[in-house]
Design a protein around this ligand. Sequence first.
Ligand code: ADP
Ligand code: CIR
Length: 345
Amino acid sequence: MPDFKFPDFPDNNKSLLRKYLTEDIFNQLAGLKTSNNFTLEKAIKSGVENPDSGVGIYAGDAESYTLFAPIFDPIIEDYHKFTASDSHNSDMKPPEAAWSNPDKEGKYILSTRIRVGRNLADMPLGPAISTAQRNEVENRASIALMNLPDELKGRYYRLSNLSDEERQKLVEDHFLFKSGDRFLESAGLNRDWPEGRGIFHNTDKTFLVWVNEEDQLRIISMQMGGDIFEVFSRLCKAVDSLSKSMSFLQSKHLGYITSCPTNLGTAMRASVHIKLPKLADRQDLFKKITDEHYLQIRGIHGEHTESAEPIFDISNKRRLGVTEVELIRGLYDGILALINKEKSF
Ligand code: ADP
Ligand code: CIR
């Protein structure tokens, strides 16, 4: 590790990594290694190589979050408003009474998607996984996915067996992850690409599972329109079924453990693609409402993309210290506030 020095962050680096990595913390952690040989150098490579990172750090295993706690803890607290003494609870039981669609006339919400990330309890996370372990994850996932009930039934497609056209079409239609993400590349998450990666989906593509991208499993429920309750109910059913045949990495304090600290806890991102032409011209108001409801605005082609049309991806920003049901409720209320404001112009 002789060349590993305190990073020379450029001024335009606004990441949480830069905000919290002091020389003291660096010197304290630089020589440490987890049992999977994961180091601080590997953890911060993405944030150092990509100055436009918002966060800039990844974990190689559950132990990374404790061994490197002096840097992970303040980042987790800043992002999720969750302190080292807080606790996390999960609630994936859809409430008895269904919530109504926040956009009953179908004028604003184009589609709804909810995903959760999961990793296997007995494996390192993607940044520290070996080729053989990653292939073993794919093997176990494809077997578990063969036994799903009813509308969840579908087929697993290995990324290496898809033609470029098939892959591209799935990406453009918002069903599949893109290839070559530079943040994941620096984090070691693209090693051996496309080996061990793939996508499962049912016939209607309302239930999908990504295998071995940023997390070992991304379990996804999505459909056109704004029926958030139906999308959430399908996701809960799928996660429940998969939990019977796979054991997921979790801790009492951090909930489900993921490679990126922004996904800890519920590992859930619930989003709508929503058309808001008037609010698009009032960025100050738009941001005020999303901030009040702890929501994030992304472009509609996924993270780190811009929206050319006035259509936005609006999702819950926090994932830790709040239950899944509470996050869905928060998204619902925030969407309602955005639609009401849009109607008021
Ligand atoms: P993730 O949610 O998995 O963290 P991204 O922001 O990269 O990651 O989004 C992944 C894909 O999901 C992208 O193709 C994006 O367009 C699509 N997507 C996200 N939200 C929705 C939605 N509400 N409706 C349709 N597609 C969506
Ligand atoms: C970054 O730091 O920007 C990337 N590593 C992704 C971080 C996770 N996403 C997010 O906060 N929206």
